[in-house]
Design a protein around this ligand. Structure first.
Ligand SMILES: [Zn+2]
Ligand SMILES: [Zn+2]
Ligand SMILES: [Zn+2]
Length: 87
């Protein structure tokens, strides 16, 4: 598998052959991050891609348990969404 796989969206190198020979075949795919973004962050209201604002502990939001709370906001309609993991 003499090739290099690059994310077509953010140019991150997803995987590449470890040998030093040149002329690697370049293939494009989506990295895990961009794949995840596509699936996860569509605004419920307007369908725009939401922007991830950060992960916080549930405690930071005064929520019970010790899960993670991800906060996202929509650049188009300014909706916000909090995703609270159960863990
Ligand atoms: Zn190789
Ligand atoms: Zn990417
Ligand atoms: Zn929106």
């Amino acid at each position: 598998m003499h090739k290099k796989v690059i994310c077509k969206k953010c140019d991150a190198v997803i995987s590449q052959c470890r040998c030093m020979a040149g002329d690697k075949k370049i293939e494009y795919d989506l990295c895990d991050k961009c794949k995840g973004e596509n699936e996860r962050t569509q605004c419920w209201f307007c369908g725009e891609r939401m922007v991830w604002g950060g992960d916080h502990s549930a405690e930071d939001y005064g929520m019970p348990g010790d899960g993670i709370v991800a906060n996202l906001s929509c650049p188009q309609c300014e909706a916000t969404a909090l995703f609270h993991s159960a863990g």
